[in-house]
Design a protein around this ligand. Structure first.
Ligand code: HEM
Ligand code: HEM
Length: 341
């Protein structure tokens, strides 16, 4: 027996040699794993940053400046920034793949719903990270967050400045960003992947049972999936290092309370035009519309039995939704900074 085979046996890795359908080993069906890899880079670099970041409001900005100016640490910060951003681009691509291939249908509804909660938590992690920079952008992001929570009454009371006098809002956001939210994210990812394993990868669109079984016997295995994923992950890592070197994230000035002169990071641009039209309530309304839109897709899967009709309807909704999202990004990019508070 070769030494590699021996090592596989000793480590129990042969358990990963189970068959998967051949389409599971393509690029499109690896996007979830690639998202995971990018976020693992974010988690590891975040753990390093935490050793140098100081969440006391008076010195937080200076600590981020110190991180940025220190060789090596600046690169870790840039990797944290870029892996978070690239992770979201991969996440959006993964969602589009799931929607276009009909993977939201029974029995994978729970996998999909756990995915929606994951998306919500990942948004919150990104948001709290932005606040931690404690520059003008971070300060304004926090002011919007507090104002939106105020509209929720007792439900948003925990995110008000006066909820506790023993510590600062920034320190509490720090706790959320480095402990509570990552813990939730990890638990949900484990649950998500558990369901993917339990139900197996969904059949391709219009693939019948017999073809699915044939594809399962085609020699494709999960081990091969992992090898392919490792190559994609290596490419992601090279791209991340390149981006981190070439485009290190900026840091604006120490925040000036009471003024609004920045736009949020691109991820939140979807809400910016709604907020400009309706005020802070627009953030809440926008989030509810996105959430209902996402939940609506598996519900359509339950209502429309005929596969071809279902795919046509969902494809139209997803394409229209995607174009609307791009339109929001373009509108926000070209619109002037608005006063929302
Ligand atoms: C942090 C975020 C996420 C991670 C790390 C993640 C990871 C994964 C992985 C590794 C898979 C296995 C197949 C593949 O790679 O395509 C998968 C499948 C799946 N994901 Fe996600 N996912 C995330 C978010 C989401 C979201 C937001 C949704 C939906 C709104 C979603 C819905 C699904 C569904 C339905 C499957 C099963 C696909 C199939 O059987 O073909 N995921 N996910
Ligand atoms: C998927 C998980 C995560 C995401 C999406 C995320 C996202 C972000 C973002 C967008 C920033 C602002 C970066 C910038 O533009 O400069 C940030 C900052 C920060 N993050 Fe995270 N983060 C994640 C996990 C973590 C974890 C697990 C830790 C610690 C254990 C951490 C620690 C920090 C620290 C200390 C900062 C402030 C320093 C700085 O701004 O460079 N992050 N994060």
């Amino acid at each position: 027996m070769s030494s590699w085979k021996n090592l596989k046996n000793v480590l129990g890795l042969t358990a990963l040699d189970y068959p998967v359908p051949s389409h599971a080993n393509t690029f499109w069906y690896s996007l979830g794993g690639m998202t995971l890899f990018s976020f693992v880079v974010t988690l590891i670099t975040g753990a390093v940053l935490t050793q140098f970041y100081n969440p006391a409001p008076a010195v937080a900005h200076a600590s981020v400046r110190y991180i940025s100016m220190t060789p090596g640490l600046g690169l870790i910060r840039a990797l944290h920034h870029w892996s978070a951003n690239l992770g979201f681009i991969l996440l959006i691509a993964h969602m589009l793949r799931v929607m276009f291939t009909g993977a939201y249908r029974t029995p994978r509804i729970v996998t999909y719903l756990v995915g929606v909660v994951l998306l919500f938590i990942a948004f919150q992690v990104f948001f709290t990270g932005t606040v931690l920079k404690w520059d003008q952008e971070g300060y304004e992001a926090l002011a919007h967050f507090v104002a939106a929570n105020k509209l929720l009454g007792p439900l948003g009371a925990i995110f008000q400045e006066d909820f506790t006098l023993s510590t600062s809002m920034l320190a509490r956001i720090f706790g959320l960003h480095v402990a509570i939210l990552p813990a939730l994210l990890i638990i949900l990812i484990v649950l998500h992947v558990f369901y993917v394993k339990h139900f197996g990868v969904a059949p391709k669109p219009y693939q019948n049972d017999a073809d699915y079984q044939t594809s399962l016997g085609s020699g494709a295995t999960f081990t091969k999936h992992l090898w392919r994923l490792s190559i994609y992950s290596l490419i992601i890592l090279i791209i991340l290092i390149g981006l981190a070197y070439l485009f290190p994230p900026g840091l604006l000035e120490v925040p000036k309370p009471g003024v609004e002169m920045t736009k949020p990071p691109w991820l939140f641009w979807i809400f910016y035009p709604i907020e400009s039209a309706l005020g802070i309530v627009g953030i809440l309304l926008g989030s509810v519309v996105v959430f209902i839109g996402l939940i609506f897709i598996p519900i359509l899967g339950l209502i429309i039995g005929e596969e071809r009709t279902l795919f046509r309807v969902v494809n139209v909704i997803v394409v229209v939704g995607f174009i609307a999202w791009l339109a929001m990004l373009i509108i926000t990019y070209f619109s002037p900074t608005m006063q929302h508070l």
